[in-house]
Write a protein that binds this ligand. Structure first.
Ligand SMILES: *Cc1c(COP(=O)(O)O)cnc(C)c1O
Length: 462
């Protein structure tokens, strides 16, 4: 080690001198001394590394500023709000659905107090957590009974484990789906100790295929909604009603994994009609499973509705204890389901449905207003153009929703660099890029997001 390194290393201040700088003394009023000392040690060690590589010793205020930045960062939550400017409504990476205001209020109420989670107020004795949403689910879906678990993957697992362990589950080859996060129907079946019997071909499965596959080993016929892809062209599937007839004629169960259970007629919003939970129940399925945080617009949950007999069996499975829903989720789910009691206002109350049903004329006005705001920042080139939003989250595949996009270019900054800087902002903005332009879709913006985008753009150009 050279003389110059040694003298520079000696020039570094001690921890106690750093603790006495005005900057650090200010921090000590709010942060425990031990944590501050640990950070100062880290900062000094980094400075030593830099000196050994030939740098000069940093001045004391510089070290203090570096330490303060680390301390402030450590005080920030890791999980943060972001602005979803992508136009993908249900983005699993960005947290899927946004809760309705009444659901948030109910979570706050239940989280900050004791509750009747498992207490029957009438009888003054132990109650069931599943009761709180049962009546609502029964009324909304037309099923006899319900059960809720952590997510739809857990719902499918519980159903297969309860009824098909060491037995056979018949699934059409056209429906062997993989959902993001490597949830594959065939693997879930195997993990629950069931044997998968594939029938039909990728594009066509007929009633006779199911009929031939049923044996004394068969526990159920399982339909999986192909929620994140669509097979087009020369295709045929067996309808839920026909599958139910085939299953019941042979004394086996008919089950449907609907994925993104919708409770409203999407056709009314000008979207392709998705099979609703009600219609699937009405087709006679013994059990129907769906997610709480896809098109329902509630919290992460797996909802199972079906016959009283099947639901009672599910409730007796010891696995249920491991899959059970948390009280905050339950509070959010109950409040969300309550909104569906009024079909005429639900699309205004549930943010996911509001985004889905927002008229193009409104989106256009929002895009024009946003573009006008952004064009006030110098150095940016802004325009408005037609484009498409997506439902995402494995719902309504191949459905593009017409929207109006704001395209932003920055002089001397590539679209990718601008996108990266927006993502690194104090409130990260997630946008998409097409042909060297950053695109902002107003459809997925929430109240206050325009201001957040303005701040992020100003920060990005600084
Ligand atoms: C999304 C989906 C699942 C998984 O649901 P989670 O609630 O994410 O666990 C299962 N099956 C289908 C058909 C889906 O679309």
């Amino acid at each position: 080690m050279s003389q110059i390194h040694n003298s520079q290393l000696r020039a570094l201040p001690s921890i106690s001198r750093l603790l006495n700088t005005p900057e650090i003394r200010g921090v000590l009023e709010r942060v425990h001394q031990e944590a501050v000392v640990r950070t100062l040690q880290e900062v000094l060690s980094r400075a030593r590394d830099r000196i050994r590589k030939g740098a000069m010793a940093p001045a004391m205020p510089e070290l203090a500023v570096e330490a303060i930045a680390i301390i402030l960062e450590a005080g920030q939550p890791r999980m943060r709000r972001v602005v979803n400017a992508t136009g993908v409504i249900l983005n699993t990476n960005l947290g899927r659905s946004v809760l309705a205001a009444s659901a948030v209020a109910q979570v706050a109420e239940i989280a900050t107090a004791y509750s009747n989670l498992e207490y029957d107020l009438q009888e003054g004795q132990r109650g069931s957590r599943y009761e709180h949403v049962d009546e609502l689910l029964v009324r909304l879906t037309g099923a006899e009974a319900s059960l809720v678990v952590n997510n739809n993957a857990a719902a499918v697992l519980l159903v297969v484990d309860t009824f098909a362990r060491d037995r056979e589950v018949v699934v059409s080859r056209g429906q062997l789906v993989e959902i993001g996060g490597s949830f594959r129907i065939p693997e879930v079946l195997t993990a629950s100790g069931a044997r998968l019997v594939e029938v039909g071909t990728t594009n066509k499965t007929h009633a006779a295929d199911y009929e031939r596959a049923i044996s004394d080993q068969t526990a159920m016929l399982l339909r999986c909604h192909t929620s994140n892809y669509r097979i087009l062209g020369f295709t045929s599937e067996v309808s839920p009603r026909d599958m139910v007839s085939i299953a019941h004629a042979r004394g086996v169960l008919a089950v449907e994994d609907l994925g993104s259970g919708v409770l409203v007629d999407l056709g009314a919003y000008g979207l392709p009609a998705e099979p609703t939970v009600q219609a699937t129940v009405a087709a006679g399925m013994d059990l129907v499973t769906f997610s709480g945080d896809k098109l329902l617009g509630g919290p992460q949950a797996g909802i199972i509705v079906g016959t009283q007999e099947c639901i009672s069996r599910l409730k007796k499975n010891p696995l249920l204890r491991a899959l059970r829903l948390d009280k905050l989720t339950l509070a959010a789910l109950e409040a969300t389901l309550r909104l569906y009691r009024d079909p005429s206002s639900v699309h205004r109350e549930v943010p996911i449905l509001e985004m889905l049903s927002r008229p193009l004329s409104v989106l256009e006005q929002e895009a024009v207003d946003l573009a006008a705001r952004i064009s006030s920042i110098s150095g940016l080139v802004v325009s408005v153009r037609p484009g498409t939003s997506q439902v995402g989250g494995g719902s309504l595949p191949a459905t593009d929703l017409p929207t109006v996009l704001v395209a932003v270019g920055a002089e001397g900054v590539s679209a990718q660099a601008l996108c990266d800087r927006l993502r690194a902002g104090s409130v990260p903005v997630i946008a998409r890029i097409e042909r060297e332009l950053l695109l902002i879709d107003p459809r997925t913006l929430l109240p206050g997001d325009v201001e957040r985008i303005m701040t992020a753009l100003a920060e990005a150009l600084r």
